[in-house]
Design a protein around this ligand. Structure first.
Ligand code: NAD
Ligand code: WQD
Length: 333
């Protein structure tokens, strides 16, 4: 089976490429490298001892996109912009890239009679939770343009399936992906100041940043800091393999990919100190606008429909993040 992977050079994409190649799939990566580098794909080849086709292109270039996917059987769609704060400042860029880009992709798939897609959605579509753990039938709403783009694409996919029930669509709602491949060759390489907790902590541990700002210690959580469901990126990548396998029959299904366990910011800091052997300096700062107190998955649906559960612990997530950070102090350079 040949899988067309948009955004395959990115953080989650590269780990999924490894998973697919290791399991005998052929892949074609299509990426505009706006937030990634060719070096990451070379490292995928090093890890797997396999070579594959990669094309430099934008998903909004419908002709190139359509020509590039000829002969593929299914699509995994990672390509998109993902920074919440930036989406508030540049909403048009986000809607164009994430929504218009996905429309181009779906049209190109129709043209090529490819009707199988796995889409990267996000737990952000649940907004501020009414109840925890989050089940897939929790009401959907978001508070920022990035989240809106995920929600709109989910709705487009549901409408597409309603119009043509031959489609095989899996919407995966990721919680908080962290960690890196155990080789330390691929991992998260944020440009500029990291927005997310784990890469920020890693940069404090290695001395690139002086201290971590802990955004709020007055939430109604067990220690007052924000609680999230951190999931190892290799577990997440494995979830994509299981999603493809589950798409043997037509459907449009949304599934949470999380561990079901929430950890606070201070618990992550402690776990990272143990994994790295370094002190993580931090100071308590005001809450970050738009943040919620707690967010974690009910992981049962993934277990039942995908026969998948996250296996890797917070300790492993920190250890592998640290391994990537120390082997690549400046990222992919
Ligand atoms: P990433 O930025 O590392 O990867 C996205 C890739 O898409 C990059 O390689 C980028 O160059 C490429 N890309 C962006 N716009 C493109 C375009 N118009 N045409 C072609 N390529 C394009 O991000 P990631 O963390 O690997 O996330 C992958 C997907 O998962 C994204 O859709 C993201 O919104 C979603 N997601 C991520 C997280 C997270 O915390 N990392 C959580 C939930 C959902
Ligand atoms: C985690 C916790 C912060 C940084 C975001 C997106 C979401 C999804 C994943 C794409 C929170 C705290 C963070 C820091 C801190 N992405 N924190 N100091 O906000 O749960 O989710 O990434 O879909 O859509 O919103 O993740 O890693 O930014 O924050 O105290 O410097 O760490 O307040 O409690 P978040 P995060």
């Amino acid at each position: 089976m040949k899988i067309f992977i948009t955004g395959g050079a990115g953080y989650i994409g590269t780990h999924t490429c490894v998973e697919l190649l290791d399991n005998g799939y052929e892949i074609v990566v299509y990426d505009n490298f706006s937030n990634s580098s060719v070096e990451a794909l070379r490292r995928v080849e090093t890890i797997t001892h396999k070579s594959f086709t990669y094309i430099s292109g934008d998903i909004r270039d419908e002709t190139l996109l359509s020509n590039s996917m000829v002969g593929c059987d299914a699509v995994i769609h990672f390509a998109g912009l993902k920074a919440v704060g930036e989406s508030v400042a540049k909403p048009l860029e986000y809607y164009d890239n994430n929504v218009n880009g996905t429309l181009c992709l779906l049209r190109a798939m129709q043209k090529n009679t490819i009707k199988t897609i796995v889409f990267s959605s996000s737990a952000t579509v649940y907004g501020d939770p009414e109840f925890l753990p989050l089940t897939e039938d929790h009401p959907l709403r978001t508070t920022n343009p990035y989240g809106q783009t995920k929600l709109v694409v989910e709705e487009i996919l549901r409408d597409l399936y309603a119009s043509d029930p031959q489609w095989k669509i899996m919407i995966l709602r990721y919680f908080n992906p962290v960690g890196a491949h155990e080789s330390g060759l691929i991992g998260e390489d944020p440009q500029g100041i990291p927005n997310n907790l784990m890469p920020f902590i890693a940069q404090v541990a290695i001395g690139r940043r002086d201290y971590l700002n802990v955004f709020g210690d007055d939430y109604s959580t067990h220690d007052g800091t924000g609680v999230r469901d951190y999931i190892h990126v290799v577990d997440l990548a494995h979830g994509h393999l299981k999603a493809l396998q589950a798409l043997s029959v037509p459907q449009c299904t949304a599934i949470n990919l999380g561990t079901g366990t929430g950890y606070s910011v201070l618990e992550v800091v402690k776990a990272f100190e143990v994994a790295s052997g370094n002190n993580i300096a931090y100071q308590i700062s005001p809450r970050r606008e738009g943040d919620i107190a707690a967010c974690y998955a009910h992981p049962q649906k993934a277990k039942e429909l995908l026969h998948w559960s996250a296996m890797k612990s917070l300790e492993t997530m920190c250890r592998d993040t640290w391994n990537f950070q120390t082997k690549n102090p400046k990222g992919y350079g």
